[in-house]
Structures are given as C-alpha cells and as structure tokens.
Design a protein around this ligand. Structure first.
Ligand code: PLP
Length: 376
C-alpha cells in the first residue's frame, strides 16, 4: 500500500467495497517497464483498467494504447491520445467497429484469421496489420491462448496475402498468457516468431514489427520475478534471433501497469462455522466473484488480503462473496488463513486489485451496486 492510499483511507474511508488507486504508483510502474525494455514501445492494454485518470496520465507520459474495442478507442481519444498511437488489438472485431476505428484515424489492427483479414481489407483499407501467433501459455495463472492466435503456417500464408489485399503486413504478435511467471515463455515465443519473421522477409514481405503482448506478472500472495528479469530475458532472445537488425518492438502491459497501484477496501459481513468441530471458518466479504473479483475463478489469481488483526494467531478459512449465488466463492482450496480474532464489521484490504477488477463488477446483481472507484 502506498502512503497516499493509506492517508486517503485514514482521512475519508469511503463506503465499502471500493477501489482506491494511486495514479503516481501507476506512473512509477510505467517508468520501470520502460526502463526494463527501453527499445520496446509501450501500448497500455486498456482493458486492464480504462479509468479516465489512468488514460490521461499515460497520455502525458507518452504511452501508446492497445484497445480491445471501439469504446476503448473512444475513451483513449477522449483522454487526449492521438489515434496514431492506438492499436486495435482484438482479433475479433465487428465490421462496424473496424470502420469506426478506421474513420477515427486508428491505423494498426490485429488479426489471426482469413475472415478477419478480409474484413480489415474492406473496412480499413491500407491499414498496418499484424498477425497473432498461437504460443504456449504454460506458466500463466490466467491463460488466454486457446482462444486466440494461429499457426506459423497459416500466419505465413495470411501475411503473404495481406499485401495483395491492399493492407500493410506490418508485424507479428503473440501473448504468453496473463500473470505469466516464467521468463522462458517469452524466449520460446520470440524464437518461434523470429523464424517466421525471417522467413517472411526472405519471401519479400515488408514485415518490421514484433509485438510481445502483455503478461508480465505482479506479486499477489506469492513472489514472482521482477520486470527487469523479463527485460533481460526478452532482449537476450531478441538479440539471439535478430542480431543487431532488431525489428520495432511493441509490448502491451496491462496487469503490470496498474495491478499493484490499487487496493480494494472491503468489510467482513460474516464469520461462520459450518460445525462446531470444523476448524475451517467461512468468511463472507462485501465483495466477491460478482463484485469484481472474477479472476478468482478456478482460484487462479490469489489475492493477498490483510486484516486489522494481522500478527495474531490464525486459522484456516474459506472466503466467499456476499451474494446468494453458490458460485460466489473466492477461495476454498488455496489454504487461506486469517486471524482467529476476525469478526463481522472488520475492514480488510484486498491488495493489488488495480487491474481486471472494476470492469468485471456486475450491474446490480443481488442489488449490489458496482464497485466504487477512487483515483488519487
Ligand atoms: C489482455 C491483453 C493484454 C494485457 O495483458 P496483461 O497480462 O494484463 O499484461 C495485452 N495484449 C492483448 C492482446 C491482450 O488481450
């Protein structure tokens, strides 16, 4: 927790649950990522947290933006971003959204299929396009890849066709999966993409960009390698592949830009025991799976939760949200422990919830309002 967040909570603890995010901490993350990979251009993955204060600060810092849909593109432009620094990175786009983005001045688009390439040729003629390659997501706590990307052979074919269709076959991309804790996953992906890149160049395609996606992890309950470790591994692999003829490099950090800049302040609603002899207490918070903590699905993301009683004796707990839905359980199998002194009314903090929380909150499920947000 940053001093600014601590002070904000001390002075004006808002009603819970609420997210409090320190925009200066986000700026520090931007600088650290830029420092670790100075040759890569940063396209912030807007979907991680599209809040206006974040976008505005990133515009000031000179960031570029990776948008998942036209609404995110509009939000970036409204925050002051030039359309030229926005990439439409979703490989699944409606024709109407492609047209709107093209008309707004966006000129860089992702694709991973023949039909999408045809849509781009028709609705964004002349655009720079890049093809997403399917790579292993092993080592990622929140994998993405079976849904996106194509094979090396298919990518080769599509990139060869892109030029004939009036598009600019600009580059290749991959995503190693979100909260990726292994630096080796980037090295392996760069190796695959590097071979295809060289092959395309030999075939006369004017390919000149490699997009390494996002995926950089942050510390939740468990320790992870730092951004500098990823920077070293990535530059090593890039140099192995391309020597000193490095292509333009793009990275699309989302989680690692905003995740640890925010926390959720929440209230304990109930501590119960199913049976007097059962050592496991059930702790119900006023935020759960439907209040924004969607990445607890499969207990994938294990948030660190602090309480006012930390340091005292602990016992095992299961954690759940406040709704009348059986799926609204956060953790049952991940061996969470909490102080025995914990009781209803206590305020807890769910750390590093600046990414992939606010926008996942449901609209009034069980009558609960979406998570409130405070950017300071
Ligand atoms: C979600 C996404 C990102 C951001 O991933 P993080 O793991 O949050 O860094 C980057 N690029 C694309 C294409 C994405 O879909």
């Amino acid at each position: 927790m940053t001093p600014k967040i601590a002070e904000f909570l001390r002075v004006q603890q808002p009603a819970t649950p609420c997210l409090v995010l320190d925009v200066d901490r986000m700026e520090a993350n931007y600088r650290a990522i830029n420092h670790a990979l100075p040759l890569a251009r940063i396209y912030y993955a807007v979907k991680a947290n599209p809040a206006r204060p974040i976008l505005e600060r990133l515009v000031k810092l000179g960031s570029s933006f990776d948008a998942a849909g036209f609404e995110e593109i509009a939000a970036c432009i409204a925050a002051g971003a030039a359309p030229a620094v926005i990439s439409y990175g979703n490989t699944v786009k409606k024709a109407s959204a492609i047209r709107a983005a093209h008309q707004a001045g966006v000129s860089m688009f992702a694709f991973d299929s023949a039909e999408e390439l045809e849509k781009l040729a028709e609705h964004a003629p002349g655009a720079r396009v890049y093809c997403r390659i399917m790579v292993t997501n092993e080592g990622a706590d929140w994998p993405l890849s079976r849904k996106f990307g194509t094979t090396i052979a298919m990518a080769r074919d599509l990139m060869l066709r892109a030029g004939d269709m009036g598009l600019d076959p600009f580059g290749l991309s991959f995503h190693v999966g979100s909260q990726q804790t292994s630096t080796a996953s980037y090295e392996a992906a760069i190796g695959q993409v590097g071979m295809l890149f060289t092959d395309l160049k030999d075939a006369g395609v004017n390919v000149r960009m490699v997009n390494l996606g996002g995926g950089f992890p942050i510390r939740y309950r468990d320790e992870v390698p730092g951004i500098d470790d990823f920077g070293v591994a990535i530059m090593h692999a890039m140099t192995e592949c391309f020597g000193n003829a490095l292509p333009e490099m793009v990275i699309e950090p989302g989680r690692s830009m905003v995740g640890n800049a925010g926390l959720v302040s929440a209230e304990v609603v109930l501590v119960s025991r199913r049976d007097a002899a059962d050592p496991v207490r059930w702790v119900y918070l006023d935020i759960g799976r439907f209040g924004g903590l969607a990445e607890t699905e499969g207990e994938s993301i294990k948030y660190q939760i602090t309480t006012p009683h930390d340091g005292g004796e602990t016992g095992p707990v299961a954690l759940a949200g406040p709704t009348c839905d059986g799926a609204d359980i956060l953790y049952e199998k991940s061996n969470y422990r909490m102080p025995l002194a914990l009781k209803s009314g206590d305020l807890v903090q769910i750390r590093s919830t600046g990414a992939y929380v606010t926008t996942y909150a449901s609209q009034g499920f069980n009558g609960f309002a979406p998570l409130s947000e405070h950017y300071i």
